[in-house]
Design a protein around this ligand. Structure first.
Ligand code: PMV
Length: 310
């Protein structure tokens, strides 16, 4: 039996503008993980992928090219030079909420690729896993920047610019985030598509917003490297205002953000594609419990408090 896990993720700053070549910072969240387990089956039984949480059960040989988990499995087998269908039962589990900006698709694919590679006794490099998962991410996102597969495969905070090698980095001091799920499912493909339409209609206006987001991401990196949580909180608020200008926020997300701020968060913003999904609030040891309670009272389905950069 071979088992591999992959974390969920949050985008700290820079979502959407990252699709247009500006930098972004993302970090793994180990409190929510995807797990893939490979168990050898009887000879001739074929390769089956089962994800009971999402009601998925397929045989690799019969799955179409529109099924991302089958696509990524085939890519991994191809990479390993395995041309016959192995007799494996691959079971996937995840406690990362789907379509909520926490990278559930990337984490499932990453765990799957790692388990397949372990099953074939291949030690996978993060860059190799990331590249294979990117292929499957295209099914979820349309035009993905590659940030999700990269942060999930590296399992470390990263500075990311599309098309460039990621820069894993460690903040000078760990930061504490409260991640609150609005419970509203919002496919990233839709918000990314809406932003693209808006940008096509008014390129100069939207390029200026993307530039401004790029500047906030650089400022966030400086604040993280200086261990300045107060500055980072302000930068997160500024990034949220720019995401509003891109029209990817929503009243339920604004309600959660306001609740976090009133309860003493240093800053708060949506994280990921937006409209629904998660918000992140920068907290500290003193404010974490109060902010989490305020988020729950404001309607959050689930609040995870996580440390980034330990
Ligand atoms: O998967 P999500 O919802 O965290 O979104 C990824 C971030 C976007 O910038 C909105 C899209 C992308 O491909 O980078």
């Amino acid at each position: 039996m071979f088992q591999a896990t992959a974390p969920g993720k949050v985008i700290l700053v820079g979502e959407h503008a990252v699709v247009y070549g500006r930098p972004a910072i993302a970090a793994p969240v180990w409190q929510a993980v995807a797990t893939a387990t490979v168990v050898p089956g009887a000879p001739g039984s074929g390769c089956h992928i089962i994800a009971p949480d999402v009601g998925l059960a397929l045989r690799l040989a019969d799955a179409g090219d529109d099924e991302p988990l089958a696509v990524v499995t085939r890519l991994a087998l191809e990479r390993l030079g395995i041309s016959h269908e192995p007799d494996w039962q691959i079971t996937l589990h995840s406690d990362i909420p789907i379509a909520s900006g926490m990278g559930s698709g990337a984490a499932l694919s990453t765990a799957l690729v790692r388990a397949v590679m372990l099953g074939a006794s291949h030690a996978a490099e993060p860059s190799e896993v990331s590249e294979l998962v990117y292929e499957s991410e295209r099914f979820y996102h349309g035009t993905p920047s590659g940030i999700d597969n990269t942060v999930v495969a590296y399992g470390m905070p990263i500075w990311f610019v599309k098309g460039q090698p990621p820069e894993p980095f460690t903040p000078a001091r760990p930061i504490l985030l409260a991640i609150a799920d609005s419970g509203i499912r919002s496919p990233t493909k839709e918000t990314v598509g809406d932003v693209r339409r808006a940008w096509s209609a008014e390129p100069a206006r939207f390029d200026a917003i993307f530039d401004e987001i790029g500047r906030t991401v650089l400022a966030a990196r400086r604040a993280l490297e200086a261990g300045d949580a107060v500055a980072l909180g302000r930068i997160m608020d500024a990034n949220q205002a720019l995401l509003q200008a891109l029209d990817v926020s929503s009243p339920p997300l604004e309600k959660l953000i306001a609740a976090a701020q009133q309860a003493g968060a240093l800053g708060a913003k949506l994280s990921g594609g937006g409209r629904g999904g998660n918000i992140i609030a920068l907290v500290n040891e003193e404010s974490a419990t109060g902010v989490s309670a305020a988020l729950a009272a404001a309607g959050a389905r689930r609040v995870i408090v996580t440390t980034i950069g330990e």
